[in-house]
Design a protein around this ligand. Structure first.
Ligand code: ASP
Length: 420
């Protein structure tokens, strides 16, 4: 019987294909061919599956990658997540296991695009990341700038957009492109998006002069095009689809296809001048969503323990502060701001802009000093405010609504595709 990891030959009515058997998904059998691509064949069409070689228990030491003159050098920095995971065949779960060498060995085409080197920072799921983990990534990147032409960061998808935003605030004018890449399906699944996301990120670095932080993920659910997305205006919008990451209130910078064609869609934040690094994050910022029957106790706790709060308000920036019963929320916020703390208002609508002038109850909030964060995403506002309080506590209020890294658009765009 063939098991995942075995080398097999699939015999169909009209062809024979060899490759490594991958974990089963649905009605197809997936194998990884020698050229690195995965192919799925409907079980109905398979006449025979022959095991040519059983899976080796211990992976052989990977061969050193070939270095090519005249090609850019790309460093793949591994932090963990599904992109670096494989299925545990016994439990059926996904756990972080791959070493970086294994990861690049799985996508051999990377070595044709650029000279690849790999570094290990961590092997963790991104839902567990703390600012101390950001610090590790940042310290590592500081050491990498001088020795490569571009960096790909392999990262878990759940909080990938927070990390991308954090890196773009920390590194003003990065000397090389930093592209954060994840995958929704683990790298050893036939339907994995890992290889394509990595390849498109590498093509983008190899073929453009882009310098800055961006995200590279599938643009559609097909395995054909990836999007290069703005680090401060992107969000994970689906739990499982391969095209889960969408630019919000913005467009992708570019689309990259398998054949390395690049189509630019939007101007990107251009870094000019000297690299400046500001790498502190305050741990005293909270992010709270408001909702019907909002808990005053929660607000009391938050205002007691945090120096600043990002509120994910409803609609245009509304907070539960208008009824007699909710007046206590209003008074609490007023007192908190008077003490010098910050209340930053974003919207759970995500698309569009918060606005203090449309309703009188919004004007009441701006009257007590709540800061309306334009069309900034709640997650970006949280990262930005933590970063501002870490590095520029005196100017944090003022800088919050200044566009520093493309996080605020001047105009709200009303293209239909933004609300698809
Ligand atoms: N929970 C995982 C993470 O964010 C999911 C993934 O990697 O895609 O690390």
């Amino acid at each position: 019987m063939a098991n995942p990891g075995d080398k097999v030959r699939l015999i169909t009515k009209d062809k024979e294909i060899e490759g490594i058997l991958m974990p089963q998904e649905g009605s197809a059998v997936f194998i990884k061919r020698k050229d690195g691509y995965n192919i799925g064949i409907d079980k109905k069409n398979i006449k025979e599956m022959k095991v040519i070689e059983k899976k080796k228990e211990k992976a052989a030491k990977p061969k050193p990658l070939k270095q090519m003159k005249g090609k850019k050098k790309i460093l793949v920095v591994h932090t963990g997540g599904t992109i670096a995971s494989k299925v545990d065949y016994e439990t059926g779960g996904v756990s972080a296991k791959f070493t970086v060498d294994e990861l690049v060995e799985m996508v051999p085409e990377l070595a044709d695009i650029a000279n690849i080197e790999c570094d290990f920072v961590s092997n963790m799921m991104s839902e567990d990341m703390n600012f101390t983990d950001y610090k590790k990534i940042i310290n590592h990147l500081k050491k990498c700038f001088g020795r490569c032409d571009g960096i790909i960061i392999g990262h878990g998808t759940d909080t990938l957009h927070y990390t991308a935003a954090a890196l773009s605030f920390v590194f003003e004018n990065p000397p090389v492109p930093i592209i954060v890449v994840g995958s929704q399906r683990s790298s050893d699944r036939g339907s994995s998006d890992a290889a394509m996301n990595l390849l498109c990120a590498a093509h983008f670095i190899a073929k453009t002069e882009f310098k800055g932080v961006a995200i590279c993920m599938h643009h559609s659910s097909n395995d054909d095009v990836c999007a290069i997305l703005p680090a401060t205006k992107t969000r994970k919008m689906h739990t499982s689809r391969r095209d889960a990451f969408k630019a919000i209130n913005s467009e992708p910078f570019a689309l990259v296809d398998k054949k390395s064609n690049i189509e630019f869609l939007a101007e990107f934040y251009e870094s000019e001048g000297e690299l400046k690094i500001k790498d502190k994050f305050s741990e005293k910022v909270g992010l709270i969503k408001t909702y019907p029957n909002f808990s005053h106790d929660l607000l009391q706790f938050a205002t007691k323990h945090f120096d600043a709060l990002v509120l994910e308000a409803t609609g245009l920036g509304h907070l539960p502060t208008n009824t007699k019963e909710n007046e206590k929320n209003y008074e609490l916020l007023e007192k908190y701001i008077k003490k010098g703390h910050i209340i930053a208002i974003t919207s759970q609508c995500l698309y569009g802009r918060v606005h203090p002038d449309v309703y009188s109850n919004l004007r009441r909030l701006s009257d007590i000093g709540c800061i309306f964060c334009e069309d900034m995403l709640p997650e970006t506002a949280y990262i930005k405010l933590s970063w501002l309080l870490g590095n520029f506590p005196e100017k944090a209020k003022e800088l919050l609504t200044e566009n520093l890294r493309g996080e605020i658009s001047e105009r709200t765009l009303y293209k239909e595709e933004f609300i698809d």
